[in-house]
Design a protein around this ligand. Structure first.
Ligand code: NAD
Ligand code: WQD
Length: 338
């Protein structure tokens, strides 16, 4: 790697997945600039990242919709590549406030890409989501599956993927990877960083951890009448450190030459809600009280990645299993203050 190819700007680098990816980048010898508004991140996350690695990232506190500020930050840092995590991600909120979601997720991405073009940066890794597939007609889901997102959050991800593809057609030097994450879970094994949702968690794993630690009374299991082995929803949970490593593999792909790729990041292995409850009980030694409630509107029965393209093209596969996800999430949660 040349000095120049070691400089990576990470939007949303103080968030859940961004902070874990920043750790892996720093440990691999990259110089990192975190660009984050801290709208959904704690102020001391960059310090905690530095404590894990023994050296830190530069930090710019700014909103990606602020083009001039973003332009100044990129011009000063001169990134060789950008990993773009920053955005809003709550499905229910997106249904209620679609304009905010399109402004930040789509508008903010376009602003970022324009500023990257201004500074001559042609390498991008973008956080897309398995939610772009909508209700799948086949599982495991290959990348060629039709994209039919069912809510404004998923639409915003599909739109940004389209924008990246169109940008690539207009700019043959562009090297970009749209990573479609399945269900990130777990935390860094140091227990210094992890998922820290504000308010009531929307997702299963942080809700489970908060029940186990006694912050919430019981888990509501959203439906047990799906067409799955035990009737509860089946998902492809992936350890956040495996996911972070996939970003380094995607960066390497962008260094290998131009082109725009869309690649699933999952394990191909599915677990039901009740599997997750049992695994978390074992990892934590705590009983998890739960009740079966109605289905959550918009939920699907099963979502599973076909991870073969990632293995072929990124030479990457997930290495950590469910027990490790639960143990690391539990260690992180136990160390947190309310
Ligand atoms: P997160 O909320 O923890 O991280 C997002 C970060 O972006 C936060 O630090 C937040 O402060 C920052 N941010 C938000 N709006 C910003 C803005 N306008 N300007 C600058 N910074 C801003 O979320 P995460 O789980 O780490 O997700 C990261 C990315 O991965 C998101 O784009 C999300 O949509 C995508 N994704 C997440 C999941 C998941 O289940 N966690 C699944 C698929 C895709
Ligand atoms: C997993 C399973 C629920 C909470 C969502 C977004 C998706 C993506 C990841 C970003 C489902 C069940 C959950 C609870 C429950 N994010 N559940 N009780 O629904 O696969 O995906 O997050 O891109 O866009 O839609 O993940 O963790 O919310 O749910 O029973 O309190 O757990 O019904 O079967 P999901 P999840």
């Amino acid at each position: 790697m040349t000095e120049q190819s070691k400089r990576i700007a990470v939007t949303g680098g103080a968030g859940y997945i961004g902070s874990h990816t920043t750790v892996e980048l720093l440990e691999a010898g990259f110089e990192v600039l975190i660009i984050d508004s801290f709208a959904n991140a704690e102020d001391d996350v960059p310090d905690r990242v530095a404590a894990i690695v023994g050296r830190g990232a530069e930090v710019e506190r700014l909103d990606i919709t602020d083009g001039p500020a973003l332009g100044r930050a990129l011009a000063a840092f001169k990134p060789d590549a950008v990993i773009h995590f920053a955005g809003l991600k709550a499905v229910g909120e997106a249904v209620a406030e679609p304009l905010d979601y399109y402004r930040v997720n789509v508008g903010g991405s376009v602003t970022l890409f324009r500023e990257m073009a201004e500074t001559g940066c042609n390498r991008l890794v973008f956080s897309s989501s398995a939610t772009v597939y909508g209700d799948p007609e086949q599982v495991p889901i290959p990348e060629g599956h039709p994209l039919r997102p069912t809510n404004p959050y998923g639409q915003s991800k599909r739109m940004v993927e389209q924008i990246v593809e169109d940008w690539g057609r207009a700019n043959p030097a562009l090297a970009a990877v749209n990573l479609r994450y399945f269900n990130p879970a777990g935390a860094h094994p140091s227990a210094r960083i992890g998922e820290a949702p504000q308010g009531v968690p929307n997702n299963l794993m942080p809700y489970l951890t908060q029940v186990a630690v006694g912050w919430r009374e019981k888990l509501s299991v959203f439906g047990d009448d799906y067409d799955t082995p035990d009737g509860t929803g089946v998902r492809d949970y992936i350890h956040v450190v495996d996911l972070a490593e996939a970003h380094l593999a995607a960066l390497a792909l962008t260094a290998a030459g131009p082109g725009v790729h869309a690649i699933n990041v999952g394990t191909g292995q599915g677990y039901s809600v009740l599997d997750m409850v049992r695994a978390f009980e074992t990892a934590s030694g705590q009983q998890i009280p739960y009740v079966i409630t109605d289905r959550r509107p918009g939920d699907i029965a099963t979502s599973l990645a076909d991870p073969s393209l990632a293995e072929q093209v990124l030479k990457w596969r997930a290495r950590r299993g469910l027990d490790e996800m639960c143990q690391d999430a539990w260690a992180w949660q136990r160390g947190r203050n309310r």
